[in-house]
Design a protein around this ligand. Structure first.
Ligand code: UDX
Length: 438
């Protein structure tokens, strides 16, 4: 059993802290947001993540997990052997990562720490940040207490974050201090996975390269989808056929509206920014981003093509979160799509099983519906934006009866073109060839 302090109770911090507690460690999660910490003390989570609330409750009751806003308590109270920094790194003005929260965390840790520490950085940070964190801590220490910095990039997906933490494909640890990295590796031994130890900068780069590759895979299949539409092929079957090749694999080959969320958009942009600043020309990354932006326009264009004009039309968005099983609206395609529809004079209605509250904060003048059938009422078209499971088996006859015009633009290819046509819908998928009507 080790004592761990986790700074930041967002997705990464809360999942990491709770899972480490579940593995038998004593964990104190810290956040400067008192409201979030008060909520957590009462069992109210600041995020929606399947299974996390139960896990938090179990570990709090077992006395292994606690929450505080005090650095003094979180670091010296236990006392902590490890401090994980898991604060947000939002996008800066030029696409660079904004490191102000990492800086604040490093300064606060240095201010209070009264014993040797291993500081583990889990926030996604520009290559070189690990060295910078070490400099900040050194500069802020009142007396020279030994410490080491280890980079431990996270690869959690929202919606399956606990599973991903407990069954990772690998754990990456970067440090100039191999002994410290080995101690962090020990924390992960119960996960029985490959642990890779590198230098700091390489570990930081592995995170960016992983996300950029996955985003590129999606943009690749979206470009293939556009060509499929032109040539009459079905991208779903193309992805399946291509994916059987073990060198390629089937995952992240779902064509559709493209990627959003808290990581891919920010990280691809930040990697391109780092490349440019260092005199490189990241043309592939640029294309990956351009294709992704186009996918959001594409669904609006498909609705326009079906209806002639968007002026005075009512369009329903089925799903709002950037992907299923989360209420996260960060860089959700639904936001851009709603704006584009509204800019052309359409009334936008929307429904999401989980993200209605978070969506209401960022969407304006959108009529929120209670369920998919209420959403369909009076709609001239529906766009499937998020592939929630509950949308896959809707009563299509009922949905069609409620609509003013039976037009469905399936931005996630969850329906079959032939079936939808049999129900009498004008159906448009993404890259579904002539059958999907382009
Ligand atoms: C991602 C990475 O997967 C994870 O390793 C990293 O730590 C954080 O970023 P996440 O943002 O939670 O995780 O979602 P993910 O499941 O990777 O999906 C990202 C986006 O790509 C979503 O908008 C999703 O809808 C889209 N996507 C995914 C596709 O459009 N097609 C696919 O085939 C897969």
């Amino acid at each position: 059993m080790k004592n761990i302090c986790v700074v930041g109770v967002g997705y990464v911090g809360l999942v990491t802290g709770t899972c480490f507690a579940d593995l038998g460690n004593r964990v104190c999660c810290l956040d400067i947001n008192a409201e979030r910490i008060e909520g957590l003390k009462r069992g109210i989570l600041p995020i929606y993540e399947p299974g996390l609330a139960e896990m938090v409750k179990r570990n709090v009751q077992a006395g292994r997990l606690s929450f505080t806003t005090s650095y003094e308590e979180a670091i010296n109270g236990l006392p902590a052997d490890f401090v994980f920094i898991a604060v947000g790194t939002p996008e800066g003005v030029d696409g660079e990562a904004d490191l102000r929260y990492v800086r604040m965390a490093a300064e606060s840790i240095a201010d209070v720490a009264d014993h040797p520490l291993i500081i583990v950085n889990k926030s996604t940070v520009p290559v070189g940040t690990g060295d910078w964190v070490a400099d900040i801590i050194r500069a802020h220490q009142k007396k020279p207490i030994p410490f080491s910095v280890v980079s431990n990039p996270e690869f959690l997906r929202e919606g399956s974050a606990i599973q991903d933490f407990l069954n990772p494909d690998r754990v990456v640890l970067g440090s100039l201090d191999r002994e410290a990295a080995a101690k962090v590796a020990d924390l992960h031994l119960p996960l029985r996975t490959t642990i890779m130890i590198t230098d700091l900068r390489t570990a930081e780069m592995i995170k960016y390269a992983s996300n950029a590759f996955l985003a590129a895979k999606i943009s690749f299949i979206n470009e293939i989808a556009a060509i499929c539409e032109a040539l009459g092929a079905d991208v779903k079957e193309v992805a399946a056929g291509v994916g059987y090749d073990k060198r390629i694999g089937r995952t992240f080959l779902d064509a559709g509206i493209g990627w959003g969320g808290s990581c891919f958009p920010k990280d691809v942009k930040a990697l391109a920014y780092m490349a440019t600043v260092h005199g490189r020309h990241p043309q592939l990354l640029q294309a990956v981003m351009d294709i992704n932006t186009d996918q959001r326009r594409l669904v609006v264009q498909k609705v326009r093509d079906c209806l002639g004009t968007l002026e005075g039309k009512t369009v329903g968005l089925l799903g709002l979160a950037f992907k299923p099983n989360t209420d996260d609206m960060r860089d959700a395609p639904s936001i851009d799509i709603a704006h584009m529809l509204q800019a052309e004079g359409a009334l936008v209605k929307a429904y999401d099983p989980v993200a209605m509250v978070s969506a209401a904060r960022v969407l304006h003048d959108v009529v929120l519906a209670e369920d998919p059938y209420e959403l369909a009422e009076g709609c001239d078209a529906i766009i499937v934006v998020t592939e929630w499971n509950e949308f896959k088996q809707l009563d299509m006859a009922r949905l069609k009866r409620a609509m003013r015009q039976p037009v469905i633009v399936d931005g996630r290819n969850i329906y079959e073109p032939e079936t939808m046509k049999a129900y009498g819908f004008t159906y448009r998928g993404i890259g579904r060839g002539y059958n999907g009507c382009g």
